[in-house]
Ligand binder design. Structure first.
Ligand SMILES: C[S@@+](CC[C@H](N)C(=O)[O-])C[C@H]1O[C@@H](n2cnc3c(N)ncnc32)[C@H](O)[C@@H]1O
Length: 432
């Protein structure tokens, strides 16, 4: 007989947390306040991992998952929780991390930034595999806790025009002679075009190429081929197509990008996030501002548009070249950019950059500890806006900013960049 447990809370990954004979048990598919029958699939020394096999008492916040692959596909983990409750849970994750790891509380909890809950993903990497047992080629995300690819024909969080391509892509690749030599497809949705980058371990034959061209024409997408690293990606068909770009209309900016370059996955929330970051940073003419981990200039160019002197620093030479081009394209030739490995920042290197009035920091998940440790004692930036995709590293860095560097955490809040997943995007304002 399966055990029955009461779910006491929700963990940071969206699992229900219960106690079974005193041992912590993480339950997939169960929500706080629920009573669930569970099946344990792994026993660890200090905890169990389990699936909910039946919900005996449901939470008022339980929602019907919209996607028929939910539970099997590893792309989403929270569709069974009301979107507004997901945001509340993410806010709690942020606050708990700040208190537990950072030993700080924000002066103000900013209202969460909301965007569309469905069809929001304009960036994705779809895996491809021929599986004869499944009747051909699978295209999609990995199954939960597995290297198998989910047998899916649509996706509710992908941009609808991309979701509609999953079935046709399966059919197309099934007809290609090199189907086994296409491990993945990178998707980039721009304002005027969808680009699909096929990773090719073996070139297309003439017949394959004809099928691929016909697919691109029929579905109004541009197909790129990538033989080796991302720098080898190039348009295959059609040769000439509308530019891949996104817009930041509040700042009168158009941001062209290559489909292999980093851009935020959710363009609606990105616009809201840039807008909030700029309101918090409040750049003014006469100020000198650094945008660290600047990518293609997503925050740098809006800062330049507000009339401040801005220096964007970023580890990828390709993205810095793109940021420079985008600055020229948007008539902001004074925005400065440099390539540097910010994980190797030191107080000496920071001092060599000169003094800054304000900083914007938007690091990858591993955070920006070397940057915050390198801030000078005197002449330090008086305001820092920190955009984070991992609340644990934000909290770790906040601890240094507040308890070592003398900043106050004035405000913090989440942006629902990745609805139905446990990823937490957040923004924090520090001042001294
Ligand atoms: C979360 S993205 C933010 C990019 C940009 N701010 C945006 O909004 O599009 C993090 C950026 O950090 C860059 N990065 C990663 N490791 C780095 C390093 N060691 N030094 C400098 N930049 C790095 C990545 O190339 C990426 O552009």
């Amino acid at each position: 007989m399966n055990p029955v447990v009461d779910i006491l809370s929700l963990d940071h990954e969206g699992h229900g947390v219960a106690r079974l004979d005193g041992k912590v048990t993480f339950v997939d598919g169960a929500l706080a306040g629920e009573r669930a029958e569970i099946a344990i699939y792994r026993k660890h020394a200090k905890y169990n991992s389990a699936n909910a096999v039946a919900i005996l008492e449901a939470s008022a916040q339980r929602a019907e998952p919209r996607c028929r692959y939910f539970g099997r596909c590893g792309g989403c983990s929270m569709q069974h929780l009301e979107p507004s409750a997901q945001v509340a849970a993410k806010q709690r994750v942020l606050e708990e991390n700040l208190v537990r790891i950072g030993k700080v509380r924000p002066g103000v909890l900013l209202p969460a930034l909301h965007g569309p809950s469905w069809g929001y993903r304009g960036r994705a990497r779809l895996s491809v595999r021929r599986v004869e047992k499944k009747g051909g080629v699978l295209v999609g995300f990995h199954e939960k806790r597995s290297s198998f690819i989910a047998d899916m024909a649509s996706c509710e969080v992908l941009a609808p025009e991309v979701s509609a391509l999953i079935r046709p892509l399966r059919d197309l690749i099934g007809r290609l002679s090199n189907a086994d030599r296409i491990p993945q497809i990178e998707v980039a949705v721009g304002e005027h075009i969808v680009v699909l980058v096929f990773r090719l371990l073996e070139p297309w034959s003439d017949d394959d190429a004809a099928h691929v061209r016909a697919f691109a024409d029929a579905h109004h997408v541009q197909i790129w081929e990538q033989r080796k690293g991302p720098e080898t990606a190039r348009p295959f068909w059609p040769d000439v197509a509308p530019e891949l770009s996104y817009g930041l209309p509040e700042f009168g900016l158009v941001m062209p990008f290559r489909p292999t370059e980093f851009t935020q996955v959710n363009s609606a929330i990105n616009r809201a996030l840039v807008s909030r970051a700029l309101r918090l940073l409040d750049p003014r003419p006469g100020e000198r501002i650094a945008d660290l981990f600047c990518g293609l200039g997503n925050f740098t160019l809006p800062i330049a548009r507000r009339g401040a002197e801005v220096a964007g620093i970023e580890g990828s030479a390709e993205l810095v070249a793109r940021a420079r081009e985008n600055a020229l394209r948007n008539a902001l030739p004074h925005a400065q950019f440099a390539v540097d490995n910010l994980f190797e920042m030191t107080p000496e290197k920071f001092a060599a950059l000169g003094l800054f009035d304000k900083l914007l920091i938007d690091p990858p998940r591993s955070g920006a500890i070397e940057v915050v440790k390198s801030l000078p004692e005197t002449g330090a930036p008086r305001r820092i806006v920190y955009v984070s995709c991992d609340p644990a590293t934000l909290a770790r860095d906040a601890e240094v900013l507040v308890h070592v560097k003398g900043y106050r955490l004035e405000a913090a809040g989440v942006a629902n960049m990745f609805p139905h997943t446990a990823h937490v995007e957040s923004i924090a304002l520090f001042e001294r």
